[in-house]
Design a protein around this ligand. Structure first.
Ligand SMILES: Nc1ncnc2c1ncn2[C@@H]1O[C@H](COP(=O)(O)OP(=O)(O)OP(=O)(O)O)[C@@H](O)[C@H]1O
Length: 329
């Protein structure tokens, strides 16, 4: 695979003071994954499973109490190779926007609420483009047109736009410098279904037309089905399964993935969805062995003792479950 990002054995823990003792919250615990050039890689998992921490750690945007304990994140941008934790803060900052960009859930965090939208474009992108102002705004206008947004919206204030339009403008802003890698964190979660579809179409078009790769994080499996090429399922800070989207939905292997896929509503099926017993573990005191074992309908003795390794069960799919791979360690 022509990789744009390689994550190897990444561990990132928060220092926390819980029940009167110093503890480590193991939010990202030994995650390895590779994202291909031009690919949309989806990360799914329930609340508090470590998705946001994984994004921050991949982007090199960590600050105490979070720290990287082990592992590496390597970017392959523009023909070069860069280790995000082996570079200076300035070099890391230089990657942002041009090579590595973000789309977040709340567009108001990015668009300045008290200034017209054109100022947000100037603030983020003008100094990077190294052209005069009129050429800059010509480029911005043609970028917006390419993304089917009216350039006249640049003169609006963010509050004058609908939520969906604002989110699409945020995506235009995040992609104005044609970044190679874009991290999208729950970008459609606050939107209604119709608007969600427009935003997902836009992301697909950016992937196709600009060749950008995405790390697309959402708990919503329906959104993953619509947009992701491959999906990594995260449970309690660990990657438990990874497969091309079609395979993952057609034949989920890990019991947790099976639960996520079975929970999806289906048109015309009014039967109640099976629920999973128990709750996700506290990541300051995760269970021994497989972190899913206390809730797993297929648990075996070994599952409470040993951590199941990620095993390639097919060239393009991996799973960490003794019930699937047998008891090889
Ligand atoms: N500053 C912090 N200090 C200590 N623990 C933290 C801190 N921030 C997050 N955590 C813990 O790290 C774990 C992972 O949190 P994270 O926000 O990465 O999960 P998430 O999957 O993104 O959840 P959500 O979908 O709710 O945003 C959780 O157990 C959370 O309580």
């Amino acid at each position: 695979m022509d990789a744009v990002v390689e994550v190897k054995n990444l561990k990132a823990y928060y220092k926390a003071f819980l029940y009167g003792v110093d503890r480590e919250v193991r939010a990202v615990d030994d995650i390895s994954l590779t994202i291909g050039r031009g690919e949309i890689y989806g990360v799914a998992g329930e609340s508090s499973s470590g998705k946001t921490t994984l994004i921050k750690t991949i982007a090199g945007a960590i600050r105490p109490p979070l720290r990287v304990v082990e592992g590496s994140v390597t970017f392959h941008f523009n023909g070069g190779t860069q280790d995000i934790y082996g570079m200076t803060a300035e070099a890391r900052a230089a990657l942002r926007w041009r090579h590595l960009s973000y789309i977040m859930q709340g567009s108001m965090n990015v668009l300045n609420p008290v200034r017209r939208i054109r100022h947000s474009f100037t603030d983020f992108a003008f100094r990077h483009m190294k052209v005069d102002r009129s050429a800059f705004f010509e480029r911005v206008a043609s970028h917006l047109q390419r993304l089917k947004l009216d350039p006249q919206l640049l003169d609006a204030y963010p509050h004058e736009l609908s939520g969906g339009m604002r989110q699409r403008m945020t995506i235009a802003l995040a992609t104005i410098l044609t970044p190679e890698f874009i991290i999208a964190d729950e970008p459609t979660t606050a939107l209604d279904v119709i608007v969600q579809r427009d935003v997902l179409t836009m992301i697909r078009e950016i992937q196709r037309d600009m060749g950008s790769s995405f790390l697309f994080v959402t708990h919503d499996m329906g959104v993953h089905a619509a947009v992701s090429d491959r999906i990594g399922i995260v449970y309690a800070g660990r990657l438990v399964e990874e497969a091309p989207t079609r395979k993952l939905f057609h034949l989920p292997l890990h019991p947790y993935t099976q639960h996520l896929v079975a929970s999806l509503p289906r048109i015309g099926d009014a039967s109640s969805r099976p629920s999973l017993e128990g709750r996700p573990p506290n990541l300051a005191m995760p269970p021994e062995g497989c972190r899913f074992h206390p809730r797993c309908p297929k648990r075996m003795d070994i599952c409470s003792r040993e951590v199941p390794p990620m095993v390639n069960v097919e060239p393009d799919r991996r799973v960490a479950c003794f019930a699937v791979t047998g008891e090889r360690i």
